[in-house]
Design a protein around this ligand. Structure first.
Ligand code: NAP
Length: 303
């Protein structure tokens, strides 16, 4: 059975090249005839990892190809994922599996609701990759991939293919708790790095602001039934800030490079969830407003 990878960007290429290297059948799905023609001219994806470079002539196709899709890795940004799947929906096998790599929350639930016949597996990844040109991915940071189904369930048998491909992974019985925790860390750190125009480590000058945000985020996690994900949140936020002190956050980099952020699925999702529960989170709302204003001033989408 072949894997189909929708979105050959940073993370999609990282997965596709490792699967291909292990001899596991994989196909990439590109968004347009132009992108497919560009890829066919290059003839392969390039993976750079620890100073080594390898070339991977992975078969590529368009969303409207006709072969059925049994296992789909959705590697688009959160704001593109649902529309991208819609383009190939007629090809989804009745019992297909979709692995959703998106950051934040909200896009995964929309997709699971829209295609109830598919088994959706949510993925929380701490691996890092970036594109250096359209057909070249650089594996920048080793990490882990937690996979899990929102309603629990057994681990799929094909996890051994990830072992063979050297893709680190763990099956999580509570993937939503992992995604909520990651979302809370992101909400506490990333918007402040944008608004204070600083590296992660410099946020230690804003301890009171961090503490107030963590308090509201912990309340929100508790109200969402994610009490375990709220435990010692502030301590974890400070640990991440110290461990990544010299780094610029992903949102900071998106803004600096003029790229759309995933704000709707991060801080936006936190604010919407609080509103739907009638929970007052004035500091999160104020942060969301200031961040959106900042994006507007920089000519970037505010959603
Ligand atoms: P990316 O480099 O921007 O890749 C997204 C890809 O999706 C692009 O190649 C884009 O195509 C493609 N795409 C969008 N709409 C499409 C469509 N309709 N049909 C086919 N392809 C389509 O993004 P990324 O960094 O890999 O991130 C993907 C997700 O993983 C995000 O939610 C991100 O937050 C999460 N994540 C990323 C990392 C990382 O280190 N990169 C780590 C953890 C989590 P074009 O090239 O044509 O625009």
């Amino acid at each position: 059975m072949s894997w189909h990878v929708l979105g050959a960007g940073a993370l999609g290429s990282l997965w596709a090249t490792r699967l291909h290297r292990a001899g596991i059948p994989v196909r990439i799905i590109l968004r347009s005839a132009q992108r497919l023609a560009d890829y066919q001219r290059a003839g392969r994806l390039t993976l750079s990892e620890a100073g080594r470079t390898s070339l991977h002539a992975i078969p590529a196709e368009l969303p409207d190809a006709t072969t059925p899709i049994q296992r789909l890795l959705v590697a688009c940004k959160a704001y593109d994922a649902e529309a991208a799947i819609t383009q190939l929906a007629p090809r989804l096998a009745p019992d297909c599996e979709m692995l959703l790599l998106q950051n934040g929350l909200g896009s995964q639930q929309s997709i699971a609701d829209r295609w109830p016949q598919a088994r959706c597996i949510f993925v929380s990844s701490t691996e890092g990759a970036y594109r250096d040109g359209s057909m070249h991915v650089v594996f920048a940071g080793h990490g882990q991939n937690w996979l899990g189904a929102p309603d629990g369930g057994e681990a799929p048998v094909w996890l051994d293919e990830l072992d063979r491909a050297g893709i680190p992974h763990s099956w999580s019985s509570d993937i939503l708790a992992r995604l909520w925790r990651k979302l809370a860390l992101n909400c506490a750190i990333n918007p402040l790095t944008v608004l204070h125009d600083c590296r992660n480590g410099e946020l230690l000058h804003y301890r009171e602001q961090l503490s107030e945000l963590c308090e509201e985020l912990s309340e929100l996690l508790g109200a969402c039934g994610q009490a375990a994900a709220a435990e010692e949140l502030e301590r974890d936020v400070l640990r991440v800030i110290e461990a990544t002190a010299a780094n610029y956050s992903s949102m900071y980099q998106d803004v600096r490079l003029g790229r759309r952020t995933e704000i709707t699925y991060l801080l936006g999702h936190a604010c919407r969830s609080a509103d739907s529960l009638g929970l007052a989170v004035p500091r999160l709302h104020a942060l969301h407003r200031r961040l959106r204003e900042h994006l507007r001033q920089h000519g970037l989408p505010t959603d």
